[in-house]
Each structure stands twice: as C-alpha cells, then as structure tokens.
Design a protein around this ligand. Structure first.
Ligand SMILES: [Zn+2]
Ligand SMILES: [Zn+2]
Length: 267
C-alpha cells in the first residue's frame, strides 16, 4: 500500500491511498487541475482512482471537489451532514446549490470497502458538521490519517493503534499562536477542543499513548503562520524518544502545502 500526500495545510488538503488494485483520493482541497498535476508529478495514476472520500466540509478539504467529481466520474463517499454542509457553501455554474451525482453516504463509526481497501471512519472533535478521521487497510497493511481535531479522544487513539503508517496533525506551536498575527477569536477557535492539534498535544500522544508501530509518520496540516516545520519536527522527535520504528531511514516526514511528498510505500 502507498500513501501520497498531495497537499496539507490551511490552503488545501489532499492525499492518495493506493493498494495493489485501486486508489482513493482522501479530501479534495486543492483544485482539480492542481490535484491531477501533483498526482502526475509523483507517478500516481488518476485512472486508478475508484473513489473520493471526504473528512469534513471545510474549504481546505473540499475546494476542488465539485470539479474533480465531475471530471473523474467516480463516487464521493461523504456523510449526509457533511454533504449538506458542503451544499450550503457551494454553487454550481447556474448559481444553485451544488450537487454530487455519484455519492455514497457513510455513517461515521462504520467501515466500507473501495475495491480491496477497507476504509474505517471515526469521529473527531472539530468545528464542522460531521467530521471524521480514517484508517485504511489493504495488502495486510494499515494506514491512519487524521487531521483537523481539537484533541485526541480515547476513540481516536484506539483507532490509531497498530498503524503501519500514520499521517497526523501537528498544527501549531502554542507560543507562536499566542503571540502570532491571528485575531483573538481565531486564536481561541484554533486552540479550542474543536480546533486543531498543537505540537505539544501531539507530543503528549507520542510520549504516552503511541505504540511505535508505524514505519513512517507524517506530520500534517502544519500552520504557516503559527508553526515552523523544524519546531514541529523537533517536538515530535523528542517526544518519540526511542519509539520510532527505524527500519526505514526517513521515518518522520513533514507534509507540505505547495508540493506533494514522494509516495510512502509499505507491504
Ligand atoms: Zn483543514
Ligand atoms: Zn477543518
């Protein structure tokens, strides 16, 4: 199985999960054109995509959805509440609320299959209609993907056990956020229990709860205003201590906003 991060951050999120037989696009937060361009750049074939799955309706996760769904002609897996939230803020060419013709409504907490990939969904605490995180299983490998969450609930931690690869949010440094340029209301929102995960909160997870099973870790949704990649990396690295599974030399990676990462392969 492969995980390819196409973009990650407050200006757009998208990743490809690929098994031996099929691929899934996880979130569609960059334009259709940019998505296809980045897939091509890292050798991911758009023809293999069998579904788009959506975590929540914030613009940085759905900005390219309408065009991508139409162009690729593949089903969009989205919860009913997320779909309604998306429709409220998206218009079609005639100015009417947008529609997704091919969609599959899933219930968070349940699993579904896309070709040979089993997708498991779980609730995350975030200020959206019905937000979720994911794990993906195929080829005997399990990947976890979770960003946009105020804190790590017991349920989230449970779902992230025994992941062979994990992409997880390391959004902000608390001091940088406190002293940074955001208006006070926005700072409050980011810091809240339904905002975004700080470097420190992730470090606490790595130190106390993380099982050290993953062959790669991707720090994601790193804020450009309120974080610094090296600060995020250092904080995570220290917290991990000896816990990193070092059979791959580059086990700790940082997702980027403006460039895709090379595919991370396992199994
Ligand atoms: Zn986001
Ligand atoms: Zn969000």
């Amino acid at each position: 199985m492969r995980m390819t991060v196409l973009a990650s951050g407050s200006r757009g999120n998208s990743a490809v999960i690929a098994s031996a037989n099929a691929s899934i696009l996880v979130d569609a937060g960059i334009s259709c054109r940019e998505t296809l361009k980045r897939m091509k750049a890292v050798g991911e074939d758009p023809q293999r995509l069998k579904a788009i799955v959506i975590s929540h309706e914030h613009q940085d996760h759905v900005a390219g959805l309408q065009v991508l769904a139409r162009k690729l002609q593949i089903p969009v897996y989205i919860t009913e509440a997320t779909y309604q939230g998306w429709r409220r803020s998206t218009r079609d060419a005639e100015g009417r609320p947008a529609k997704l013709e091919r969609r599959e409504h899933f219930h968070i907490g349940r699993s579904f299959n896309v070709a040979d990939i089993t997708v498991t969904t779980f609730t995350i605490p975030h200020d959206a209609a019905d937000p979720c995180g994911f794990t993906f299983k195929a080829d005997g490998v399990k990947f976890g993907l979770v960003t946009d969450l105020g804190y790590l609930t017991h349920s989230v931690k449970d779902h992230l056990r025994r992941c062979d690869g994990l992409m997880i949010e390391s959004n902000h440094d608390l001091e940088m956020l406190r002293n940074g340029p955001y208006p006070w209301m926005v700072k409050q929102r980011v810091m809240s229990r339904v905002g975004h995960l700080s470097n420190a909160a992730l470090a606490e997870f790595f130190a106390k709860d993380y099982d050290g099973q993953a062959a790669f870790l991707v720090l994601a949704h790193i804020s450009e205003q309120n974080n610094h990649p090296e600060v995020a990396r250092e904080t995570a690295f220290k917290a991990l201590g000896g816990k990193m599974n070092l059979f791959q030399s580059c086990a700790l990676t940082l997702a980027r906003q403006d460039h895709p990462l090379q595919p991370l392969c396992l199994g």
